[in-house]
Design a protein around this ligand. Sequence first.
Ligand SMILES: *[C@@H]1O[C@H](CO)[C@@H](O)[C@H](O)[C@H]1NC(C)=O
Ligand SMILES: *[C@@H]1O[C@H](CO)[C@@H](O)[C@H](O)[C@H]1NC(C)=O
Ligand SMILES: *[C@@H]1O[C@H](CO)[C@@H](O)[C@H](O)[C@H]1NC(C)=O
Ligand SMILES: *[C@@H]1O[C@H](CO)[C@@H](O)[C@H](O)[C@H]1NC(C)=O
Ligand SMILES: *[C@@H]1O[C@H](CO)[C@@H](O)[C@H](O)[C@H]1NC(C)=O
Length: 360
Amino acid sequence: MGRHYNSVVSFFFFIISFLITVIHIEADKMVPAMFIFGDSLVDVGNNNYLFSLIKANYPHNGIDFTDHTATGRFTNGKNAADFIVEKLGLSTLPPYLSLVSASNKSTSFLGGINFASGGAGILNHTKQFFISLDEQIEYYSSVYGELVKQLGPDESQKLLSKSIFGIVIGSNDMLGYFGPSSTLSQKMTPQQFVDLMISTLPGQLKQIYNLGARKFAFIGVGPIGCTPSQRSLNKTGECNEEANYWSHTFNERVKALLQGMKSENNDINYSFFDAYSQLLNLIQNPDAYGFTEAKAACCGFGNLQGPCLPISIYCSNRSDHVFWDLYHPTEAAYRIIVDNVFDGSQPYAYPINVKQLAAI
Ligand SMILES: *[C@@H]1O[C@H](CO)[C@@H](O)[C@H](O)[C@H]1NC(C)=O
Ligand SMILES: *[C@@H]1O[C@H](CO)[C@@H](O)[C@H](O)[C@H]1NC(C)=O
Ligand SMILES: *[C@@H]1O[C@H](CO)[C@@H](O)[C@H](O)[C@H]1NC(C)=O
Ligand SMILES: *[C@@H]1O[C@H](CO)[C@@H](O)[C@H](O)[C@H]1NC(C)=O
Ligand SMILES: *[C@@H]1O[C@H](CO)[C@@H](O)[C@H](O)[C@H]1NC(C)=O
């Protein structure tokens, strides 16, 4: 009798503490879900599932991640996708391809999903090695179908209109154009190339809108000309000013495009983040942010050269470097960038930040 009573009581307390935990989690969650589209700045492992050379699931990537494991993130620890999701009180979004892999039956898209793929751009050259933005949107379209099937049209629209759609794209297009073996730069001027990117993007954003998205968080490109890959092309290791100019121009045009999109569809809210100005500031004033090295990559073959491979050398302190490899920031730099994406003010976060976007 006493024993029975005890187990009833402990079951009762179990239920209470379970409910408290659930309520606590619910209270910390600022939005029901996040859906991420983009490139290696936010890829959390989609490329692991592809036959591709653009992968990061080997050391020294992940050296500062949980258990020092290389997960497919192109950095030493967490990347921008991890930090933004953390800020929103959501749990880590799985890579889409991990959920659809045949062996995985635990598929749920209710908390969102990450479609981002290293190498992806707005335009689709060489798309066989990664999931292009257009293909990411096709995948999202099938996720949308699943949600409607699961929740019905009204509930799924409610969920999606409160969710945040993160888009981090454009760097690979720019790197492709300004890269060492670029054939694009022989075919068109940088102006024509940026025009092409900017004329392609609205159709892509419109498709996402038509599939329920109402809150867009767009992170613009950084100063592409100051990545170690671009500096290595210059004898004195300086930034490629032309690539920087067009990175900045691209961002300004995306900002105008989002503004235009909102004036046509008043139910959109968006936050645009000017990663160009933020990261350039960090590169020009590293001390102010606690960095001692803002030019060279941490992992590579030294002297701005070479990729981050298991045989590469790497710096002993990743927290004082801005760049992890030829293209990607370190976890320390991502952390600062995302702090500002989330909580920053104009002109970096325009017209509102992601925290404000989430609260709508
Ligand atoms: C299945 O999905 C879960 C949830 O994201 C993930 O943790 C796991 O790694 C996936 N399994 C496979 C085999 O991809
Ligand atoms: C990219 O490829 C898809 C499918 O192959 C196609 O529908 C789309 O128009 C292409 N986009 C661009 C910008 O070339
Ligand atoms: C190196 O960078 C400097 C500063 O931007 C520039 O003036 C110079 O032309 C560049 N050199 C090459 C070879 O690109
Ligand atoms: C979100 O969009 C609506 C409709 O355009 C607008 O009234 C509202 O002010 C926006 N919210 C914020 C925080 O900008
Ligand atoms: C690593 O760098 C960070 C940032 O500059 C600094 O605060 C920290 O003390 C350094 N750690 C070591 C072990 O030198």
